[in-house]
Design a protein around this ligand. Structure first.
Ligand code: C2E
Ligand code: CA
Ligand code: CA
Length: 737
């Protein structure tokens, strides 16, 4: 029994072993035959390396993504004849020579001759798949220079061809570029005289619109063989041998058909840039039209927005009943005006119609509204652009206006106040409108920090007082300020009349040479004998005229009068010299002041040395560049320019080196006023030395004592002016000296 069991075991084991053995044999066999097949297959497949983007020889078909082209198609045909299947791959190496060293490729295309690889390995090449004619391209109209000494541009990837050309024409200078675009740029830029490449490439690429200025020179230069190459190894030689058989089987008709397919029959495919270039004129106009359209739309939208904003602003800033500003608008406008016109003396009034409620109740609200409208309308008739009117509440109107003189007050009464007071009387009703107003005159502080509500509060307090006192009229918050501003306004308003009626007089203060005691000149000083206000000192009317912008008018009058006097004296054979004052405002009113003086002396037939121009030191500090120019111009015309009030403390001494003044007028009063008199004398001494050292003349004014005169003279300053010698005097008196 045990025996029979072990015999069964042995039988089973043998059977299993036999099956396993057969299985192993079968597996080994199939593995062997698969390997043999793979090896056989690998033998018939070629991986062909080709340069990238070299249409029409090799390029990626945009539809299939495969590499096609004359070179690719002929290689496929020849390989098929030789029993190979081919796969193309674009080489990533910079040149074909480098690609030869990459063992992954079976063959590389194209070679014109059997060049060696980058590492120096020899190579074998096939019979030519076809012949490529090489032609030259230049910029249109350019003469082709003698071929042997030409500078030629070629593609870097055609280094092999370049080597061949160099060996055939050693005097040709070849420069290699990365892309066709670079080649063309070099040609256009004159770096090279012609480009060399195969005719097929030219016939394709020159269809590009932006290359329309290039021209092919049909005289063939040379023909290059187009062969497959591979390192010279046993495997390489075998491949080439097999390929050659395939190439031999290609007939010429086939070759021509392929070439035609990719050149004449294949139209160059425009890329986006080509389309843009080809339609550039149209696109240019289109762009201009488009942007103009966009611009107009934006402008229109802005205008619409602006109008909308204006409407909204009007609603917010304007009182719909009277057309005056709302309180909000009034606040804004007043702030703007004060900032823009710090020089205008303003006042704010708060005005109220007494018993307006009674008017509304007796005649109806519509009549009350009509009265308010009438009041606003009349007020607007007298207000200028620099003034404003607003409605504070029901019958309360607020006004910002210039402080005016008597004339303005009379005009306001006539045009606004009387017609409003008589509104009902004029319409046959027995009611006189009574008004109370409070006036606040602005102080300099109000211009710096405008607080409209505060100013209105002050005006309202005064208005309340007037109303409560039962008076009809106005009162002032700051009487003194108002009086002052009114006085100035009256004075300025009177200037023209004053000139016409000879209220303005020219007085002369002689200038003396202390050594000889002779009069060497005079300063012209203006005096105003006002018909109503009496004699007004220059210290009052000059600043008032400067602030109101009228000083130029006065000065022109003074200069003219002085020239008339000089002319008269010349006629009498007395050649005098007079210094005239120029305000800092004059140079702003007339930046061509030098021409004005030149015209004056021409008009009165004077010589320029008879007129000295005094410009105050502070003006040079405020406007140095403009004044330097005017001073230079005056100098050029032959006038002497003096820096007046030197020592009044504004200038830096450094300025003296920039300003081309001829004489410094040292005012002793500025140096004697306060402080240590000893130090004052030291300063005067230094100033005189400095003026001399700088080559400037010096005159001292404000000389009141003999001590001062002798002290100045001992320092070498002999020209003097002051009460010690003469006070300013009328022209008739001056003529006697
Ligand atoms: P200023 O140009 O410095 O003129 C000199 C002023 O000093 C004159 O005052 C003169 O009378 C005064 N003065 C002369 N010597 C003495 C003296 O020894 N002691 C004292 N205490 N004063 C003396 P005035 O005429 O009152 O003129 C004052 C200022 O008004 C002038 O100062 C000048 O800046 C200006 N001014 C006068 N007339 C004109 C003018 O026609 N046009 C312009 N733009 N300004 C003028
Ligand atoms: Ca002066
Ligand atoms: Ca002076």
């Amino acid at each position: 029994m045990r025996k029979s069991i072990s015999a069964k075991w042995v039988q089973t084991a043998v059977a299993c072993l036999t099956i396993a053995l057969i299985g192993c044999l079968l597996t080994a066999f199939s593995f062997y035959s698969w390997n043999v097949n793979a090896a056989e297959k690998a033998k018939d497949a070629l991986l062909v390396g080709v340069p990238p983007d070299r249409c029409p020889m090799f390029y990626n078909d945009p539809e299939t993504g495969e590499i096609v082209g004359i070179g690719a198609d002929l290689m496929t045909e020849a390989s098929k004849e030789a029993g190979y299947t081919v796969t193309f791959r674009e080489i990533t190496e910079p040149t074909l020579k480098d690609a030869l060293d990459n063992p992954e490729y079976d063959v590389i295309l194209p070679f014109g001759s059997a060049i060696s690889s980058a590492s120096g390995q020899a190579c074998v090449i096939s019979a030519p798949l076809f012949q490529t004619p090489l032609t030259l391209v230049t910029v249109q109209g350019q003469d082709l220079p003698a071929i042997l000494r030409m500078k030629v541009g070629m593609l870097k990837s055609q280094g092999g061809v370049a080597d061949t050309v160099s060996s055939m024409y050693p005097d040709i200078e070849i420069t290699l570029y990365d892309t066709v675009k670079d080649c063309v740029a070099a040609l256009r830029g004159g770096e090279v005289q012609a480009l060399l490449n195969n005719s097929y490439l030219w016939s394709y690429i020159l269809q590009k619109p932006s290359y329309a200025d290039l021209e092919v020179h049909t005289t063939e230069m040379l023909s290059m063989d187009f062969c497959a190459g591979t390192p010279d190894t046993e495997k390489g030689r075998a491949i080439i041998e097999r390929l050659n058989a395939g190439i031999g089987a290609l007939d010429n008709t086939k070759r021509q058909a392929v070439i035609l397919d990719y050149t004449t029959r294949k139209l160059y495919e425009y890329d986006i840039f080509d389309h843009i270039y080809a339609h550039r004129v149209f696109l240019g106009f289109g762009a201009v039209f488009f942007w103009s359209f966009v611009f107009l739309i934006i402008r229109r939208l802005r205008l619409m927005r602006g109008e909308h904003e204006k409407t909204v602003k009007k609603l917010v800033d304007q009182d719909p009943l009277t057309g005056a500003l709302s309180m909000n608008g009034f606040r804004k406008r007043v702030t703007e005006l004060l900032e823009a016109h710090p020089d205008i003396p303003y006042m704010i009034s708060y005005n109220n119609i007494r018993d307006f409620k009674f008017i509304n109740d007796s005649y109806g609200k519509a009549v009350g509204d009509e009265l308010l409208r009438f009041w606003a309308e009349r007020s607007m008739m007298v207000l200028t652009e620099e003034e404003a009117i607003g409605r504070a509440e029901s019958d309360h109107m607020v006004v910002l206006c210039r402080v005016g003189g008597g004339a303005k007050i009379a005009r306001d009464e006539e045009i606004v106040l009387d017609p409003v007071r008589n509104y009902f009387l004029d319409r046959g009703k027995d009611l006189r409108v009574q008004m109370s107003s409070g006036v606040y005159v602005l102080t300099p502080e109000d211009y710096e920090h405008p607080d409209v509500d505060h100013m209105l509060d002050l005006a309202r307090v005064v208005e309340k007082k007037v109303r409560e006192s039962g008076r009809d009229g106005f009162d002032l918050y700051n009487q003194e300020q108002w009086e002052k501003e009114k006085w100035i306004a009256d004075l300025v308003g009177h200037l023209r009349t004053a000139i016409r009626t000879n209220e303005l007089l020219i007085w002369y203060q002689p200038q003396v040479d202390f050594e000889t005691k002779e009069i060497s000149g005079a300063e012209a000083l203006c005096r105003w004998k006002h018909a109503k206000l009496g004699c007004i000192p220059p210290s009052e009317f000059i600043p008032a005229l400067e602030n109101s912008g009228s000083i130029y008018e006065l000065d022109c009058y003074v200069w003219d009068k002085v020239c008339q006097d000089l002319h008269r004296w010349n006629e009498k054979g007395k050649h005098m010299t007079v210094s005239v004052n120029v305000s800092r405002c004059d140079i702003h009113d007339n930046p061509n002041l030098a021409d004005h003086f030149r015209d004056l002396i021409e008009k009165y037939n004077l010589s320029p040395d008879q007129l000295k121009v005094e410009i105050t030191e502070s003006a040079y500090v405020e406007d140095s560049s403009l004044l330097i120019r005017i001073t230079q111009e005056l100098n050029a015309y032959g006038f002497q320019v003096e820096m007046d009030d030197f020592g009044s403390g504004y200038s830096s001494l450094n300025m003296l080196k920039e300003v081309p003044v001829n004489r410094i007028k040292l005012d002793l009063r500025f140096l004697n006023d306060d402080g240590d008199p000893v130090k004052g004398r030291i300063i005067i001494e230094c100033m005189i030395h400095m003026a001399r050292a700088l080559g400037m003349d010096i005159i001292a004014e404000g000389v009141e004592t003999v001590d001062q005169a002798e002290f100045l003279n001992s320092l070498g300053c002999s020209e003097m002016q002051g009460y010690y010698f003469y006070k300013p005097m009328p022209v008739s008196e001056f003529e006697e000296h």
